[in-house]
Structures are given as structure tokens and as C-alpha cells.
Ligand binder design. Structure first.
Ligand code: NAD
Length: 263
């Protein structure tokens, strides 16, 4: 590691698990101090305790704007500033497959967490950053927000919204030296894949099937890991990306490079 983030203070939402946890660990290894914001208190507290004094936990539901404001205030109070906001927390739509039969029971929650949570997280972080010389905001979308597909209509719509919002926020916040970018992960083996399929009679086989489909359309011959996403986040968080804003960075082994026709 090369101390790409020394002197930086970061928030990682959804930092207790999967991509978020890998990002917390990688940010710490690069010299940052990090607040883990997660709705899962037990896991978040244990991860923070394991990672040492440069990692703190703040229980947060990103669907709640007041809790996001408290999160930013807690971070500034604890570590003296905020330079990087990684709006990464997300929940999947239960995969159903048939649009005509979908009751969209989870639509409001998906939008509140996956889209409005990102918008509010950006707003609260940017208020601090704009008044303090700037910063970097990174939002997690998905290849499902870049490409169409079946079975996850609300999730894909929310993630597509994250992409468009990111571009709009980058335009609005550029004058304050606040950069806003988004990462689009491909299918990464984390607990979220099991959450998306938990309602199916055989969740494990549905996850296996999804991973096999991804393998068949992926140019790179290996599955991605949470750390692959974390490395992209380090780049967007660091001064190496000082002239980069309003972009969508797929980290997907090449899936969105144009092979959709083969899927
Ligand atoms: P994960 O389930 O391992 O981690 C998600 C974390 O978010 C969990 O710790 C969970 O407790 C937390 N969380 C959920 N709702 C929250 C809320 N309301 N407030 C605060 N925290 C909340 O999943 P992951 O794969 O690491 O997902 C991270 C992000 O990456 C999500 O936005 C997801 O949509 C996106 N993503 C994942 C994949 C993939 O294949 N894993 C692909 C594309 C995009």
C-alpha cells in the first residue's frame, strides 16, 4: 500500500459487509480514518472493534435523512473533517422475473435506500465539503443500472437513477471542488446475492445459476471480489482522480463492454 489516502477522513455506508467492508479495510490500509455507517449494529460494531482505533462505527439507516446528517456531524466531530463519502449501502429487489405479476411491495424501500439514500448522503456530505475546500463523493450503482435486464425492475430503476443523479450532482458541485462519481460493480459474491434470492425455494442454486450466467458473458476469466471494487474506490477517493467527476466506472470484468447480445 502507498498511503494514497493519508490525512483523509472517509465515511463508508454499508461498511459492515461485502464491498463496503472491503473498502473500509482498503481505505484504512491507505492511511485514511473511516466511519463505518451501517443499519446492522451488531456486525458494524464488531467490524469496527476488529479494525482498530482508526475505524469507528455509527449506526445509520441511509433511508433517514436526519440519521445521515448525524453521521456527517459525528464524523467531523470524531476525526476533524470529512473528505470522502462512499454512498455504498444498498439492498436488492427480491428477484421475481415476471413483470406482469410483480406487486412491487418493496418498491418504496428500494427507492428510499438505493436512490434517495445516495442523494441525501451526497447532500449532507457535500454541505460540509463545499464549506471546507471540497471532497470526493463516490456512489455505488450496479451494472444493473447501466444495462436492462429482467427480474429486478425496482432495483435497476433505482441504480439507473444513481447514475443520472451522480452526473447532475457533479455538475452542481464542481464549483465547490466536490467531485461526484459512481462505481458500477458486476456480480460480486457477497451476502447481497443470497438476500436477492432468499425467497426462492432453492436460493443457493439460484445464486449458482446467476454466477454461471455472469461467467458466460464476462471477458475476464475470473469472478470479481469486493476488493476489486475497493481499489476503484481508492482511486476515486484519492488525488489521483483530481480531474475526474461525473463518471460511471464499471468494475465488472468487462461484462458491460458490449457482450449483452451474447447473454
Ligand atoms: P452486502 O449485503 O454484503 O452489504 C450491504 C451492506 O449495506 C450491509 O452491511 C447492510 O447491512 C447495509 N445496509 C443495507 N441497508 C442499509 C441501510 N438502510 N442503511 C445503512 N446500511 C444498510 O452487499 P454488497 O454486495 O457489498 O453491496 C454493496 C453495494 O454494492 C450495494 O449498493 C449493492 O447494490 C451494490 N452492488 C453489489 C453487487 C454485487 O454483485 N455484490 C453488484 C452491483 C452493485
Amino acid at each position: 500500500m502507498s498511503n494514497e489516502l493519508s490525512d483523509k477522513v472517509a465515511i463508508v455506508t454499508g461498511g459492515a459487509s461485502g464491498i463496503g467492508r472491503a473498502s473500509v479495510e482498503t481505505f484504512l490500509a491507505e492511511g485514511a480514518r473511516v466511519v463505518i455507517a451501517d443499519i446492522n449494529r451488531e456486525l458494524g460494531e464488531s467490524v469496527a472493534a476488529e479494525l482498530g482505533p482508526d475505524a469507528l462505527f455509527k449506526h445509520t439507516d441511509v433511508a433517514d435523512s436526519e440519521q445521515l446528517a448525524d453521521l456527517v456531524a459525528f464524523t467531523v466531530e470524531s476525526f476533524g473533517g470529512l473528505h470522502v463519502m462512499f454512498n455504498n449501502a444498498g439492498i436488492p429487489t427480491a428477484m421475481r422475473g415476471n413483470f406482469l405479476d410483480d406487486d412491487f411491495a418493496d418498491f418504496d424501500r428500494i427507492m428510499a435506500v438505493d436512490l434517495l439514500g445516495v442523494i441525501r448522503g451526497t447532500q449532507h456530505a457535500a454541505r460540509h465539503m463545499a464549506a471546507n475546500g471540497g471532497g470526493s463523493i463516490i456512489n455505488t450503482t450496479s451494472i444493473g443500472g447501466v444495462q436492462g435486464g429482467t427480474g429486478e425492475f425496482a432495483y435497476r430503476a433505482a441504480k439507473a437513477g444513481v447514475i443520472h443523479f451522480t452526473k447532475c450532482a457533479a455538475i452542481d458541485l464542481g464549483r465547490y471542488n466536490v467531485r461526484v462519481n459512481t462505481i458500477a460493480p458486476g456480480a460480486i459474491p457477497t451476502p447481497i446475492l443470497g438476500t436477492a434470492t432468499a425467497h426462492l425455494p432453492d436460493s443457493d442454486s439460484a445464486v449458482r445459476q446467476l454466477r454461471a450466467v455472469m461467467k458466460s458473458i464476462r471477458p475476464l476469466d475470473r469472478e470479481g471480489s469486493p476488493t476489486d471494487i475497493a481499489h476503484a474506490a481508492v482511486y476515486l477517493a484519492s488525488e489521483r482522480s483530481a480531474y475526474v467527476t461525473g463518471t460511471v466506472l464499471p468494475v465488472d470484468g468487462g461484462i458491460t463492454a458490449g457482450l449483452a447480445g451474447n447473454a
